[in-house]
Write a protein that binds this ligand. Structure first.
Ligand code: BDR
Ligand code: CA
Length: 314
């Protein structure tokens, strides 16, 4: 089976780091490029973190490019309450030495798409959509080149940054509006799905038992991240590892159930800006280029993740 080629656009972030490990460790993924965008922390911090994570995992050959340092229209909102002041608080990665690609992330995305056969590369954004929106405005022809967009963001019945808006969408709703309205096949892996993606104590023990530097980093990351969720949201369980789900879907779409539905982004609501308005009326779903993920096989997700951690250690 040919590998799935992907470009990961991210803002690490603890759960972004998990998504990077899954992409690097899974034998069915060919990670062509990693691009960074302001989100969980400032652009310089998330770019530093991306370099540190990639180098730590031994992935020194994959281009990394820094992208947009602010949203298209709005002021910057980061998430220190979730990921700390560094974006990866609770962990201690060695200082990265690998170089960054000299291109802007938008150009690396466009160049990579143009240098491969059409419809062979999946875009996997797991942060705000600023880079992807700018790429499609700069080179509209990429809509025809992309195989599909599989993104973590949004939700059809709940939000996290507001009652109805999810963080990756609300931080740059204008960018999200552009990305959701282009006619490429798009799968929204939103909060309805990712809230099912939680490890339990047994899974955490299995990860810890791998006893490798990467597994130790994963345990430190998820413990920090879960402690914050417990304190803020009154969770008693482990926190949902949102971004992991987008990569997992690319690897194995059958790990999730999906429903076709048009989705649009609210830009002007007094209470609802950044909402991913999803239309489940039966008459709306014909000829629809978007779908939402609804149900996750959580055991398969963690088995897949643990397998990738084992392979990264070799
Ligand atoms: C999303 O927001 C970020 O904090 C996470 O990395 C994830 O991409 C979840 O709402
Ligand atoms: Ca993210």
């Amino acid at each position: 089976m040919p590998k799935c080629k992907i470009i990961l656009d991210c803002d690490p972030g603890h759960d972004d780091a998990m998504a990077i490990f899954l992409a690097l460790g899974n034998p069915n993924i060919d990670l062509l490029a990693v691009t960074t965008v302001v989100g969980n922390q400032t652009l310089s911090k998330v770019t530093h973190n991306t370099r540190a994570i990639m180098e730590f995992a031994g992935a020194t050959h994959i281009p990394i490019a820094a992208g947009c340092a602010r949203p298209l229209v709005r002021t910057i909102q980061t998430a220190p309450e979730v990921h700390g002041s560094t974006g990866l608080d609770g962990t201690n990665l060695p200082k990265p030495t690998i170089a960054i690609d000299s291109r802007h992330a938008v150009d690396l995305i466009i160049d990579t798409l143009k240098s491969h056969p059409p419809k062979t590369i999946t875009l996997v954004p797991i942060g705000g959509l600023t880079n992807i929106a700018l790429a499609v405005r700069k080179a509209p022809e990429i809509v025809e080149l992309v195989k599909e967009v599989v993104l973590m963001g949004g939700g059809y019945h709940t939000g996290n940054r507001s009652a109805v808006a999810e963080f990756n969408i609300i931080i740059d709703p204008e960018a999200a509006h552009i990305v959701f309205n282009e006619k490429w096949p798009l799968t929204m892996i939103g909060l309805d799905l990712t809230h099912q993606a939680r490890p339990d104590d047994q899974i955490m023990e299995q990860i810890a038992a791998l006893n490798t530097p990467i597994s130790q980093f994963v345990v430190d990351s998820l413990n920090y991240y879960t402690a914050g969720y417990r304190q803020r949201n009154g969770y008693t369980n482990h926190a949902p590892v949102h971004d992991l789900c987008a990569v997992a879907y690319v690897i194995s779409p059958s790990i999730m159930e999906t429903l076709k539905a048009p989705i649009d982004i609210e830009l002007q609501g007094a209470l609802t800006t950044g909402m991913t308005v999803t239309d489940f009326r039966p008459q709306s779903t014909t000829d629809c280029h978007t779908q939402v993920a609804t149900k996750l096989d959580n055991s398969k997700l963690w088995a897949m993740f643990i397998d990738s951690l084992k392979r990264l250690d070799k």
